[in-house]
Design a protein around this ligand. Structure first.
Ligand code: MET
Length: 500
């Protein structure tokens, strides 16, 4: 029985895959990561990871989805009856990410409204932590729900689940066809305005100035792989799920190149826009650019509002456009990540899409409330770090080693992709996945485990962000481990009949 949903058009699939890839990771994560890890010199490990892991894995996941036509668990089960657990593990990693990713979109939604009156005032940091997030508890405590986060969070889930209920073609595809071109236009307006601000050039110099002293440090390479995986939505079920809706006659390799380079171009554009604006800020306040840079949350929700205050004209409008672009980019990514477990539930339990959306999406929405509490930011920070390092990056390594070394599937996948694609895969692809990625990523993963475990058992203050051992244990390790353990348990359950 094969009544699987399908994309309506090739452009629809590409738009949806780009929509998944281009997200919060591109707009606020990439510029800060690149800057912290050597600026211009970061492009060496970044391009290396893109060309030897990012795009090759994207092609591999497109091939798997297209060949086995199933959600991640079904795809892995069809590939080999003993590997279904990896599919569920990936789905659960996606599930965890979706619970806090939705909350960041909710913040951006609030901030797009705050923009109009520049509600954040001059102390943007105080506004974020005290007034908006009401962060008055210690890490590990929840406090009460914060209404200012809760309300937009409900809207985020209603929009995303509403789109998913409508299905692949009539929901996800149409939404992406509207959101992605809109996002591109808004973003181009922002970047052009940014480039014409006084001080923009100094910002770009700071962004591109290579600091080659950092290039040999494993941390920088970890950051590059992590950024590529997260940004391309690979190694956590998304691209397998989306490509399982491709029609039989399609193109795999060309599509992967379009999505891969499209995503990186957007990332670069975001870097250029963000750093031009930071250069403007530095010039305004007479300091060096690196003094105004802050990572992640700080960049988008503290530094940007401060800069918007200084805009020569139309402050409110540019603030709105910036935060609206975060919302749009975030929503199309959240759709894709939620679809991973909706598809998994539909396949395994043979329930209707509506029920899967209600049950899967509903559970994620309820769990996301944890991050909408007063202590939510700490939970979010710990979950994000651990699930990315020991969920996404680790899972990517396990997936590649299993497929390339144990199941020896690369040749078969290469033939499959070549049969339908314009571009033929040659030794670049097999060497990247068979040798380079397992060796380089394996080496770096070993170092990462060592570093985190050592500091875990050394002193309290040596932990990630200086969090206590207990908090790191429950808020970090336990979350990453739960994705794997629950994934294995789900794979042990019986499939509802007729799914195979
Ligand atoms: N690719 C997305 C981003 O860059 C993340 C995965 S989907 C939630 O933000």
């Amino acid at each position: 029985m094969e009544t699987r949903s399908q994309w309506g058009t090739r452009a629809g699939f590409i738009m949806a895959a780009v929509g998944s890839a281009v997200g919060l990771g591109n707009i606020w994560r990439f510029p800060a990561v690149a800057f912290e890890n050597g600026g211009g010199a970061f492009f060496v490990p970044y391009l290396f990871a893109l060309l030897t892991a990012g795009i090759p894995i994207l092609i591999m996941e497109f091939t798997m989805g297209h060949k086995y036509r199933g959600s991640a668990p079904l795809t892995f089960k069809r590939m080999h009856k003993k590997t279904e657990w990896i599919g569920w593990w990936a789905v659960l990693v996606a599930f965890v990410i979706s619970t806090y990713y939705s909350v960041i979109i909710a913040w951006a939604m609030s901030y797009s409204l705050f923009s109009f009156n520049l509600n954040w005032g001059s102390d943007t940091e105080g506004f974020l932590f005290n007034d908006y997030l009401n962060l008055t508890v210690d890490p590990g405590q929840t406090g009460s729900l914060v209404p200012g986060v809760l309300i937009p969070l409900i809207i985020v889930w209603v929009v995303v689940l509403g789109i998913l209920v409508k299905g692949v073609k009539r929901g996800i595809e149409i939404a992406n066809r509207i959101f992605i071109p809109t996002l591109l236009v808004i973003f181009l307006i922002i970047v052009i305005r940014a480039l014409t601000l006084p001080g923009a050039l100094q910002g770009l110099e700071a962004f591109f100035a290579p600091d080659f002293s950092k290039i040999l440090s494993p941390d920088v390479w970890i950051a590059a792989y992590g950024q590529i995986f997260f940004s391309l939505s690979i190694a956590f079920a998304i691209m397998i799920t989306y490509s399982s809706y491709l029609p039989k006659k399609t193109d795999i390799t060309n599509n992967a190149f379009i999505v891969g380079f499209g995503n990186s171009s957007f990332e670069l554009l975001a870097g250029i826009g963000v750093f031009s604006i930071l250069g403007f800020m530095a010039a305004q306040s007479g300091v060096a650019v690196d003094e105004v840079v802050a990572g992640g949350v700080g960049l988008a929700f503290v530094v940007f509002p401060a800069i918007i205050n200084e805009f020569p004209a139309l402050n409110g409008l540019f603030g709105f456009l910036f935060f609206a672009s975060l919302v749009l980019a975030g929503l199309t990514s959240l759709m894709s990540i939620t679809e991973t477990y909706v598809a998994g539930l539909v396949d395994k339990f043979k329930i209707s899409r509506a029920k899967a959306v209600l049950f899967g999406g509903g559970t994620a929405a309820v769990i996301s409330l944890l991050f909408a509490t007063q202590g939510g930011l700490f939970f979010l920070d710990a979950a994000d770090y651990f699930i990315n390092q020991f969920g996404v990056a680790f899972l990517g390594l396990v997936e590649v080693i299993l497929i390339a070394w144990f199941l020896r599937k690369l040749k078969e996948f290469q033939t499959h992709a070549n049969e339908v694609s314009d571009i033929r895969l040659g030794s670049w692809w097999t060497i990247s996945l068979g040798i380079i990625t397992p060796v380089v990523l394996g080496y770096m993963m070993f170092g990462l485990f060592k570093q985190n475990l050592l500091r875990e058992f050394a002193t309290d203050t040596g932990n990630y962000e200086g969090y206590s051992n207990t908090f790191i244990m429950f808020g970090g390790w336990a979350v990453a481990a739960a994705a794997l353990i629950i994934g294995v348990l789900l794979s042990l359950g019986k499939w509802n009949t007729s799914s195979e």
